[in-house]
Design a protein around this ligand. Structure first.
Ligand SMILES: [Zn+2]
Length: 269
């Protein structure tokens, strides 16, 4: 990306604990209150707080012997569709049992309050932002509760995985249009992010006044570029994560806390 290596200086010192940390939260809250356009960019840490294991962490028990390449690539699906289907059925069951937490709820309430445009850009596939009530959600990695045609034959582009197809639940259902197997509507290893969704996320990041980055190490490209776009557009960058992230150095505020702890006060009126 042009300009990616331009040096970017941290604008203000940040603190992580104690009274100084309260001051950081207060300042970040003020930015979020004043902003007319906000992007909330979320990653696996936000889902983990709802008890949803990351892909790799879910490879336990019966699944421990499988390589992610066998379960989350098109080649793996073509080699053993039933195996991959069963893996995703279990993941969907875990997602169905999970509930949005206070962090998801705070983001949705912030949007619902109005007075500004809020876009949620997420790397998560569990749909918990929508279930919490967020309306403007851009899912960079797809939605695990939906399926699409393996051969990309066209309409319908994405189908609710819970649709009643009355077949063998151990096998992927056939595409209603062309009969090819339906695959999970998620981005697998080696695949590009959905172009239109990524373009919209880039536009929102470039135009926002503040970006809140929550529960993502921000290491994976191309999603990792979104905070850079926001910074270059002059937005305040606020990072909420219990651990260090790859964008700490360019953040205006870092809050070392889980989403469910930090967001309700950060996004309060
Ligand atoms: Zn088809």
């Amino acid at each position: 990306m042009p300009g990616e290596h331009e040096p970017m200086k941290r604008r203000s010192p940040v603190a992580e604990t104690g009274i100084a940390a309260d001051a950081v939260v207060a300042r970040a809250r003020a930015w979020l209150r004043e902003a007319g356009r906000v992007v909330v960019f979320t990653g696996a840490g936000v889902s983990a707080e709802s008890g949803i294991a990351t892909f790799r962490d879910a490879l336990t028990g019966l699944w421990a012997r499988f390589d992610p390449q066998a379960l989350a690539t098109e080649a793996g699906f073509r080699a053993d569709p039933a195996l991959v289907w069963r893996w995703y059925a279990e993941r969907r069951a875990a997602v169905a049992k999970a509930r949005p937490h206070a962090g998801h709820a705070a983001i949705a309430a912030y949007e619902a309050r109005g007075g500004r445009r809020v876009d949620v850009v997420t790397q998560n596939v569990d749909g918990l932002h929508r279930r919490a009530g967020s309306r403007n959600v851009l899912e960079l990695h797809g939605d695990i509760t939906r399926v699409k045609c393996l051969e990309g034959c066209g309409t319908p582009e994405s189908i609710d995985a819970a649709f009643d197809w009355r077949g063998d639940p151990r096998e992927p259902p056939p595409c209603p249009r062309c009969g090819a197997p339906l695959r999970p509507d998620v981005v697998w290893f080696g695949e590009f992010l959905p172009e239109a969704v990524l373009a919209e996320a880039q536009r929102a990041a470039s135009a926002c006044d503040a970006m809140l980055v929550v529960g993502t190490s921000a290491l994976v490209h191309p999603a990792a570029e979104l905070p850079m776009l926001a910074r270059r557009g002059g937005a305040r960058l606020i990072v909420v994560d219990p651990a260090e992230t790859a964008i700490d150095d360019i953040a205006d505020a870092r809050i070392r806390a889980p989403a469910a702890v930090a967001l309700p006060s950060l996004l309060a009126e």
